[in-house]
Design a protein around this ligand. Structure first.
Ligand code: DQA
Length: 152
């Protein structure tokens, strides 16, 4: 069974109440419920986590990558600052999608740069909380394809 770990960084616990004009009214608990239903329907194992601590997020990425799980990561502000997160994705050989609720490219310049994007298979941003479902739908076939690939 393929597994997907959805990892959320700092301030995403406030989704739904934090700056609603930018991030919308859907809470992280709502997102988790939606993904649980999708995962159950698709027969995919799901882990859904949030932390405000950079080191803990690094540990979550390592755990997922080393276990062979796919990673959907909304690293929040750490996206724009953290070499450690990039190294964790690369070091654990994680198949990862970078996700943002808002369109970071339509916002302040400091949000345009991501340390993680070059080591992710792709980036999804600007679709609001629906981005989590889009990312889930994108990563599952990649994991299934990888799982059925004969060993080299
Ligand atoms: C965010 C975008 C980041 O720039 C910001 O620091 C966040 C949330 C998003 O989901 O749009 O905390 O990752």
């Amino acid at each position: 069974m393929v597994a997907v770990h959805v990892l959320n960084g700092p301030n995403l616990n406030l989704l739904g109440t934090r700056e609603p004009a930018t991030y919308g009214a859907v809470t992280l608990a709502d997102v988790e419920e939606r993904l649980k239903a999708k995962a159950a329907a698709a027969g995919v194992e799901l882990a859904f986590k949030q932390t405000n601590y950079e080191g803990e997020l690094v540990t979550f990425v390592q755990q997922a990558g080393l276990a062979g799980a796919g990673v959907v990561i909304n690293a929040g502000a750490y996206t724009h600052t953290s070499v450690a997160l990039r190294d964790a994705i690369k070091g654990a050989d994680a198949l990862a999608i970078e996700l943002h609720v808002s369109n970071v490219h339509a916002r302040e310049e400091f949000r345009h740069h991501s340390y993680m994007a070059p080591v992710c298979v792709g980036v999804i941003c600007g679709f609001g909380a629906a981005g989590y479902e889009i990312a889930f739908d994108a990563i599952v076939p990649l994991l299934q394809k990888r799982a059925t690939k004969p060993a080299a």
